[in-house]
Design a protein around this ligand. Structure first.
Ligand SMILES: Cc1ncc(COP(=O)(O)O)c(C=O)c1O
Length: 384
């Protein structure tokens, strides 16, 4: 257990945590050598697992060549990374703004949309999570995340998720952006219906608003497709990515079309955005994603999970939801004791809100570890 002053969180910690010192694929190791299976991919970052050798090598080689370069200079690694990312996306996309995190990718999405349309309003969804900087937080739904920091950015509205009529009614000629997660992650793993995403596309087209998908968590193979929007063929105008994009190195990307970028007025910039180190890691990570067909693997392993999770005891369970390797097990009671029981069995999962156990294993997880993980979830739910 660790007691530390240094953390990436303020206000949410407080409980003792297992101290992890090393990782290898889906395995995380404590200082005493105990192995844990990571069923949370370190909050969705580790789609390729920890310390993927190709990513490690790319970081080492790039670090020796050039770690940082101002965005005013061209760089072949940055070009290659951006080109590789665009090659995975529909042809309509052609421009990428690089940053360092999910919240920055969303922030750029909001700024780009407001500037390109000259309109103020953003329509997002209830239960949505988009990050913690002011713009992204204003699009985020959970009151306890928002209230201590008010006043937030004006002109943000939230509609019920998967309610096409409510969404259609909320989008008007003052709307710059409709911002949605195709699969809501932090909000408890809720999968958008094709009908809802189609309604969002239609409402944006009807009013001249832009459609933005936040795939910071659902993107890059996680749901059984390279991008979750591919399940429905609804293509957005703006796409926010981060988390696993560079195999564990911080990076964010806001992808858009040349037409939208051409309408952008003003400037937006990040000192570290597009640094060669992150781009080299990103290029290596995308190569692995494609070469190993990790999206297909996520779909296959996800199919194994569906019946196992659905068979959890009814008296404990409210609902099981998921797609690919992104699952939410909503309990009738708090998730914390189940997470603790899992940890005692050597499996690290994460919550989504107070009653949902979230499973986001690395897409490279051993089939045997995944099978044992699902058994451990069943035991932990029964005990918890
Ligand atoms: C859908 C979504 N958007 C944005 C973010 C924010 O990403 P970051 O924590 O990298 O700022 C997250 C983080 O969990 C997320 O799941």
């Amino acid at each position: 257990m660790s007691a530390s002053a240094a953390t990436g969180e303020f206000g949410e910690g407080g409980h003792p945590r297992v101290e992890i010192v090393r990782g290898d694929g889906a395995s995380l190791f404590a200082a005493d050598g105990r192995r844990y299976v990571d069923l949370g991919a370190s909050h969705g970052v580790g789609n390729l697992g920890a310390c993927r050798p190709e990513v490690v090598r790319a970081i080492q080689e790039q670090a020796a060549r050039l770690i940082h370069l101002g965005s005013g200079y061209a760089n072949p690694v940055r070009e290659a990374f951006v080109g590789r990312l665009l090659s995975l996306l529909p042809r309509s996309f052609g421009r990428v703004f690089l940053s360092n995190s999910g919240t920055e990718a969303v922030e750029a999405t909001i700024k780009l949309a407001r500037s390109a349309t000259g309109r103020p309003r953003v329509v997002a969804a209830r239960r949505g999570f988009h990050g913690r900087t002011y713009g992204a937080l204003s699009a985020t739904w959970r009151r306890e995340l928002r209230e201590p920091f008010e006043p937030l950015v004006p002109e943000f509205a939230h509609v019920p998720f998967n309610d096409p009529a409510a969404l259609d009614a909320a989008v008007d000629e003052r709307t710059a952006l409709v911002l949605l997660e195709p699969v809501q992650g932090e909000g408890g793993v809720h999968v958008a219906s094709a009908e809802f995403l189609r309604a969002a596309r239609a409402a944006a087209d009807r009013t001249g608003a832009l459609l933005g998908f936040d795939e910071v968590q659902s993107g890059l193979g996680r749901t059984g497709r390279n991008f979750a929007f591919e399940h429905t063929q609804v293509v957005p105008d703006l796409l926010a990515l981060a988390k696993s994009l560079a195999g564990g190195v911080p990076v964010g990307a806001t992808v858009t079309t040349p037409e939208v970028e051409a309408r952008f007025r003003g400037s937006h910039h990040s000192t570290f955005g597009g640094n060669p180190l992150a781009c080299a890691a990103g290029l290596a990570a995308l190569d692995v994603l494609v070469r190993e067909r990790l999206a297909e693997r996520a779909e296959r392993l996800g199919r194994l999970a569906a019946p196992r999770l659905a068979a959890l005891p009814k008296e404990k369970l409210r609902e099981v939801r998921g797609l690919g390797l992104m699952w939410g097990v909503e309990l009738r009671e708090r998730a914390a004791p189940v997470l603790a029981a899992l940890e005692r069995r050597g499996f690290l999962a994460i919550p989504a809100g107070s009653t949902v156990v979230r499973l986001l294993p690395p897409l490279v997880i051993d089939e045997d570890d995944w099978d044992r993980g699902l058994t451990a979830v069943a035991e932990a739910v029964a005990d918890g």
